[in-house]
Design a protein around this ligand. Structure first.
Ligand code: ADP
Ligand code: MG
Length: 707
């Protein structure tokens, strides 16, 4: 029986009611669909462990040994039963019961098979509430059934007795049919090249593996397949887009560029800056439209790269627009860029939400007449009435979520799509760069300008405030400036999960501001936050940038881009409330001048394990890539893929962007090789890929229509 066409209703143990539920809850129609519900864990009864071989908390273990001692410790709620258990190597571990103590009946000095999940406490393993089996015959020692699969089911499913055990039984019932074989989704040649299981073996062994190795091989094959088809889809699209979409040719490196380079460049470019400019220029002269991501840690000098690329565009007769996420940043870009371009005859203008109507009208006229070379702005640039004479290059700065839709709006601003360069300081873990941004080519500035002193990061409990205040004082006396950042007070959820309005999201900031004003009456202090009028915000930013205020109290509005080289101390209050990449961004505001800079993370005393890890990573490293990787590891696939998976063409069931980087690299390589040879997948031997891509697309569409 071909499992693809076997309706789930008629599978053993299912029936109409359960079939309905499986359809609703898991989108399962056929028997084969059900085989794609993968176990979330296995219980290993294939082997016996020695106590000394226990290595992690994840794998359930069974151990043979005897109980040497039994004690009841404590009274009332804290009462527990502790058995000292010894194996044949004379290693010992504790078995613990907190509940149902009076029902536990154990004998000393007779052999038991103990089964359970180890937990680690103070570097030693124990098992809480193990299953105990008296060992009476050697038969029991013969390894059992292999690994036992366990399945997650929803509350609704459990309500209809479709629980873990029922799922196991139903899936087991499909094994005889499965052993007859299912059509593969990867060609044999590819499987052989990458040493992958065929689909039938993979499906058998993902559910009922004989041992860990078989299970791993099965998981590898299925992960590879998922990631491979995602890569094939992304790369195929990117390839077709770049083949089809004609791009403006900008081969000239002309007078404007040379003049600037020779006479105006304030410092020598780093090698990394030179390299990425070359990479970008390669694209700009290729005749294909560029879609490139420029990654460079905070302070690596992306603005200058943007400027030089704009000059290349100008030398070829094209205009450039540079888009920033906030007005503060757009303003800052305008200042930096126009001061560098002073006397070159290149015209730079600014367009934001606060540009007056009158200014805007003149500006738009000049723009369409081609009198403006570089237009800097915020989202206001996307508006339809912003028309260029000949837009050739779009640079998008620090937009974390600048999706394809927005890019497409920019593409439409000239006859052909202008080249697009997306710049970010938030390092993107490699796996994300290959998937969510898989259609973009990537350039990396992996070198900071010379002479930067790494920021020195310290983690303190907020009980040490006095010491920190003294430090602030000392630094200001030396002529430095200080940032103090507060998180917004988070919205609490009501019992329906809706966000409750927060009375005073800025309360911490405002209280902090008052305290600081009282503590430092001799200094000028600025405050900025997102709820302020842009004018007022800009005024305070300006005061701080010009050194007229010594302390800037702020929310994360200063997170990206802000550049005040004289500020050398970043104090982050309630640092536990920030994510790693945010902390790293904030830290990037200091360390921009010649002086030693400091980042001080203030938290409470009691910290969760995760928070402690976050603080430690910040203290240990300044490397944005390491921080991005750690961030992804800590936040885990849930958070990450929850928000980011919208960027993937197909859903991931088994592969993880957090932990399957290596398989992803292989899968990408495989996809690249195939497309290199056959970009449109039109060769007969590649038929299987096309079919599978179509099938996946269809599944994705159907599913989104249902839910
Ligand atoms: P980011 O990559 O974070 O946008 P910026 O472009 O704001 O970084 O640059 C940070 C600082 O480094 C600026 O003050 C800039 O003038 C300076 N800078 C950029 N490139 C160089 C260089 N090659 N040598 C020295 N300083 C540089
Ligand atoms: Mg920048």
């Amino acid at each position: 029986m071909d499992l693809r066409y076997k309706d789930i209703t008629y599978c053993k143990g299912v029936g109409a009611k359960r079939a309905e539920l499986l359809k609703k809850e898991l989108n399962i129609q056929s028997a084969l669909d059900l085989l794609y519900v993968f176990p979330y864990k296995y219980i290993d009864r294939s082997q016996f462990y020695l106590i000394r071989d226990i290595q992690n908390e994840e794998t359930y273990v069974q151990i043979v040994g005897t109980i040497t001692d039994i004690q009841t410790i404590g009274t009332g709620k804290g009462q527990r039963l502790v058995a000292h258990f010894r194996d044949k190597m004379a290693d010992e571990m504790e078995l613990l019961w907190f509940q149902g103590i009076k029902y536990v009946q154990l004998e000393r000095n007779v052999p038991y098979i103990v089964f359970g999940k180890p937990s680690c406490f103070n570097h030693t393993f124990s098992i809480i509430h193990p299953e105990m089996e008296r060992l009476t015959s050697p038969e029991q020692l013969r390894a059992k059934k292999g690994l036992e699969p366990h399945y997650n089911t929803s509350e609704k499913m459990k309500g209809h007795a479709l629980n873990d055990k029922a799922m196991r039984t139903i899936i087991q019932g499909l094994m005889p049919d499965l052993r007859e074989g299912v059509p593969d989704t990867l060609p044999q040649a590819l499987r052989e090249k990458y040493h992958l299981f065929d689909l039938t073996s993979a499906l058998i062994n993902i559910h009922f593996p004989q041992n860990q190795q078989q299970m791993q091989k099965a998981r590898e094959r299925l992960k590879f397949e998922e990631l491979f088809y995602i890569q094939l889809q992304i790369l195929k699209q990117a390839k077709l887009h770049s083949l089809k979409s004609e791009g403006y040719r900008m081969p000239v490196v002309g007078k404007t560029f040379h003049d600037f380079y020779q006479n105006k460049l304030p410092f020598a470019l780093t090698n990394a800056q030179k390299r990425v400019i070359r990479e970008i220029h390669e694209d700009m002269k290729s005749g294909h439209q560029m879609n490139r991501l420029l990654q460079g840690d905070v302070g690596s000098g992306k603005t200058l790269v943007a400027l030089l690329c704009s000059l290349l565009a100008k030398d070829n007769g094209y205009q450039t627009c540079i888009m920033a996420p906030t007005e503060i940043l757009a303003n800052q870009h305008l200042e930096t860029i126009s001061s560098m371009l002073d006397g070159t005859g290149v015209r730079v203008e600014l367009l934001t939400g606060s540009t007056t109507t009158k200014q805007r009208n003149t500006l738009l006229t000049d723009l369409i007449q081609g009198d403006i070379d570089i237009l800097i702005g915020t989202h206001a640039l996307l508006e339809d009435r912003v028309q260029f004479s000949n837009l050739g290059l779009v640079i998008v700065d620090e937009q974390h979520r600048f999706g394809v839709a927005q890019r497409a709006k920019l593409w439409a601003k000239n006859v052909h799509s202008p080249h697009v360069l997306v710049m970010t300081a938030t390092p993107i873990p490699r796996t994300l760069a290959m998937t969510v941004y898989g259609d973009l080519s990537v350039s990396v500035i992996d070198e900071l300008p010379p002479g930067r002193k790494p920021v020195y990061t310290l983690h303190y409990s907020n009980l040490r405030r006095e010491q920190i205040d003294n430090f602030i004082q000392q630094q200001i006396q030396r002529g430095r400036q200080i940032y103090i950042v507060f998180p917004l007070i988070e919205q609490q959820k009501d019992k329906n999960g809706n966000p409750k309005p927060v009375d005073k999201p800025l309360a911490d900031l405002e209280n902090g501001f008052e305290r600081i004003c009282r503590r430092f009456p001799e200094y000028n202090i600025s405050m900025v936050h997102g709820k302020m009028k842009p004018k007022e915000k800009d005024m305070h930013m300006q005061l701080f940038a010009e050194g007229k205020t010594q302390i800037l109290v702020a929310t994360t509005v200063i997170e990206v881009g802000v550049n005040v080289p004289n500020a050398s101390v970043m104090i982050i209050e309630n640092a536990e409330r920030f994510g790693l990449s945010q902390l790293h961004q904030l830290r990037g505001r200091v360390g921009r001048g010649a002086e030693q800079s400091y980042c001080i993370l203030l938290t409470g005393l009691e910290l969760s394990k995760d928070t402690r890890k976050r603080m430690n990573i910040m203290v240990e490293t300044n490397d944005g890539f390491r921080i991005a990787e750690a961030d992804m590891q800590l936040r885990g696939p849930g958070d990450l893929e929850g928000t980011q998976q919208s960027g993937l063409p197909f859903e991931l069931k088994i592969a993880s962007l957090v932990s399957d980087g290596q398989i992803l690299e292989l899968a990408r390589k495989a996809a690249q090789e195939i497309l290199e040879d056959d970009p449109e997948l039109s060769k007969p031997e590649n038929r299987m890929y096309v079919n599978q891509l179509n099938k996946l697309k269809q599944q994705t569409i159907n599913w989104s229509e249902i839910s």
